[in-house]
Write a protein that binds this ligand. Sequence first.
Ligand code: F0G
Length: 373
Amino acid sequence: MTHYTGLINNYRSRLPIADGVEAIELGEGQTPLIKLRNIPSKLGIDAEIYVKFEGLNITGSFKDRGMTMAVTAAVADGAKAIICASTGNTSAAAAAYAARAGIKAFVLIPEGKIAMGKLAQAMIHGCEIIQIEGNFDDGMRLVKEVAEHAPVTIVNSINPYRLQGQKTAAFEVVDELGDAPDYHCLPVGNAGNISGYWLGYSEYAGTSAEDSFVINHFKEMEYDRSAKGTKTPTMVGYQAAGAAPFAHGEMVDNPETVATAIRIGHPQSWDLAHAVEKESGGWFDALSDEEILAAQKLLAQSEGVFCEPASATSLAGALRDLKNGRIPQGSRIVCTLTGNGLKDPDTAMAQCSDTPITTVPATLDAVKAAIIG
Ligand code: F0G
């Protein structure tokens, strides 16, 4: 029997966690890489498109990859409390891993702008929730200030262990496909995740610290970086049009989008993300809320995969760039679906307000009539 015990134990030699340190884990990682079978032909696209469904991590988003690392390192360092600002998913993951570790978590969330499922997670895991009358960027600024005065470890993606954990998703893609894809598409908020993936792909490819700002950024950490001889993909980051500092080339003061997970105007990984763009030959672009929601619905109705709105941004962008030729036909593409659709039932329901629900008496005749018409 092989009992899977999470990504730290699976990739420990390639992570900065020493052998003797017990992983605070919840079986995260090893998420499905699902090949689309209906959407390409429906849209007249000739491409091999996979979605990496991170919504199947334990708290329903990719944040678990970074959080198992951040909390394991914090606990090994003697920390008794962690803190983060969040649009919802980071707070859910922080709350769960703090509960698992038996330490305290404080989360700062923007009032009224987090999806119901994510708020429920923070509440049920028993963390301290501080709702602020501001947005994620305000929360992040406050977290950095508070951490200077209180004995709490920040577990946002500025914590270097976070991206170390998130890079394992790239390892999994390569381990499964045999090589990196031609293109890897992601939704971008703070740009931690796109930087984490690039770190993972670059380490497998054996890129040196002199050749990569991203590899160099982590050079103080000790672990195995030996090359696997694989290629690196072109990295493409997609944002929501109302919260698109990378696509527009400048910070955004009042970000707005239905994809609340990526409602971020002042991203934390600005320099790393620009290095990813340059080193991979990739680009950033923006999609309207309508395009994002249409992709979420298309994926749910054509493939049976229900992701949250922010996550659909990666697929929406990839499909648009395939149609306009920026991504060539025949390419092999992986789109990360960062979070589970169940996190945000309100937005899904609002999208389906014209879907008829027939109410009938509980009789065979009535049900037959409803089916046959
Ligand atoms: N997709 C989802 C579902 C997210 O929750 C986030 C970020 C992103 C994409 C963007 O990832 O920031 O690494 O570029 N959510 C953070 C949070 C901000 O607080 O949960 P990024």
